[in-house]
Design a protein around this ligand. Sequence first.
Ligand code: ATP
Length: 303
Amino acid sequence: MKYNRNENIQKEITEKGYAKINLHLDITGVRADGYHSVSTVMQTVSLCDVLTLSDISLTDGEPHFSVSCNIAGVPCDEKNLAVRAALLLCECVGVSLTAKIDIQKNIPMAAGMAGGSADGAAVLRGLNSALGWPLSIDELCRLGARLGADVPFCIVGGTIYADGRGDMLHEFPKMPDCAIVVACEGEGVSTPWAYRLIDSVYGNFDGSVYAPREVAALKEALVDGNVRAVSENLYNVFEAPVLAERPVATKVKALMEEGGALRAMMSGSGPSVFGIFENDACAESAAKLLEGNGYRAYVCRTM
Ligand code: ATP
């Protein structure tokens, strides 16, 4: 038991769960457990879900968390990563809690922006804080990895290089503050579908036929704080195969570039597309162009 019952529990807490984009995403092989090993540079952006945990209290019974959400289609039971995170934290800390979790969802779903993982991470941080930090950030990350490969990154945030399943985090030079536009339209992408697709395109990532890209040039661009060079060195192994199947996302990418993005790229397994902009005015006008064409667009910043 890591929790001291004499500690006062905070009854209500609000946490933001931030979306991520991938500045680099490649596959380095397929592991014995069937997961792909990735090499990725992830970046937190200011687009976020807002989670309010209220009526947090100890119970002598089983832990229980009820969920409300502003968006239809988000599971409000134990399939929700926010609930799974809360239950896992209770188990690990050795405490039985009840609470209400309200999710104001702004991150597009099944879009490659780790919206569910961001919510799970926000609950881990929020409940841990409400309990007076019984777990360290490293312990929270290890717990998060049991929920999903992107959760440890969502706990830490910023600019991070990750390998393994995407859950082994390594420090990386920070992305300079800049304007980003994220746009997402069309049917969501299921991550298993996207992996099956790239397996078929790249020959199951057999090392004799597939050579993953280096991140050295991207790293150098980040060290120099050169946003234009960062844009030139974006890479996503999913992009070409997924865009070939998703004409709407292809159109979104073209509009982003027509609207003045230094470069646009699909995030994660898609279909969301982000654009990197030199200034706010350019980002605003690209978002207007996208919205004028009927696509949802969000102007945000790197964090
Ligand atoms: P990733 O980039 O990590 O693969 P994603 O952005 O593509 O994730 P999510 O938005 O996380 O995808 O949602 C994928 C599925 O997860 C949804 O279809 C939904 O059923 C389920 N899910 C569980 N909890 C949540 C949550 N809190 N928010 C959104 N989706 C959730």
